[in-house]
Design a protein around this ligand. Structure first.
Ligand SMILES: [Zn+2]
Length: 221
């Protein structure tokens, strides 16, 4: 028995077991982010890409800290159609799904987080020509490919009445060479989208960027 457990641990998870692991991990992330005030008031969301390209997406309009693994939607990435809805029929997939798909297409992200943090809203107020400049902060090296001495530009786009209407601006920001190094997009009066190559890098970037947003805001106060 002991040998079998060891063998199981050494083999990479595939198929259903991998999906279950990712479902549990996303729920854990939602609880962590809720405690930080980043997905409170039923706002915010997140997704993860499975090995076959399909996406696990959190439901919208629900208390994020109480989302269960079975509450996540399985979504086809190209058209965004729902492959498998949760058993609970009252749930709706995140309104951010088209934005998640745009970030995955443009940046090859494996996981995208949508934050409604106050620090993101206040940092977006400091935008100059559609960008927030972050520099002189050691924490910058927590962003993949960035160094603490960099002048790091995060795009700031304008909020729209419906979340799905942000897609065009998100795509333009992702295609803008000024923002090649960014792992985040700020949305004025609203929050931020932050991504990584997998759930763990998205978590790191989410923590790093929220620190940076708070630092920039505090310094300019
Ligand atoms: Zn939102």
């Amino acid at each position: 028995m002991g040998c079998r457990i060891m063998t199981d641990m050494l083999q990479p998870l595939t198929g259903e077991r991998r999906e279950l692991e990712q479902r549990e991990l996303l729920c854990e992330m939602l609880r962590l982010f809720y405690d930080k005030g980043w997905v409170s008031g039923t706002g915010g969301g997140l997704c993860a890409r499975l090995d076959d390209g399909r996406l696990l997406v959190a439901p919208t309009g629900v208390h994020k800290e109480r989302v269960q693994p079975d509450d996540l939607f399985l979504v086809e990435p190209v058209e965004g159609t729902i492959v498998r809805p949760p058993a609970l029929q009252s749930l709706r997939p995140s309104e951010c799904t088209p934005i998640f798909r745009a970030v995955i297409r443009a940046r090859g992200a494996g996981s995208v987080v949508h934050s409604h943090a106050l620090s993101a809203v206040l940092a977006a107020d400091l935008a100059d020509e559609g960008a927030l400049l972050i520099h002189g902060l050691e924490m910058l090296k927590g962003v993949r490919g960035a160094a603490s001495a960099d002048a790091h530009l995060v795009p700031v786009i304008v909020n729209t009445p419906r979340e799905s209407e942000l897609v065009e601006q998100v795509e333009a920001a992702l295609a803008d060479p000024r923002f090649e190094a960014t792992g985040a997009i700020l949305v004025s009066d609203h929050g931020a989208y932050i991504w990584g190559i997998d759930v763990w890098e998205a978590k790191r970037h989410t923590e790093v960027y929220h620190f940076l947003f708070e630092a920039v805001k505090a310094r300019r106060a």
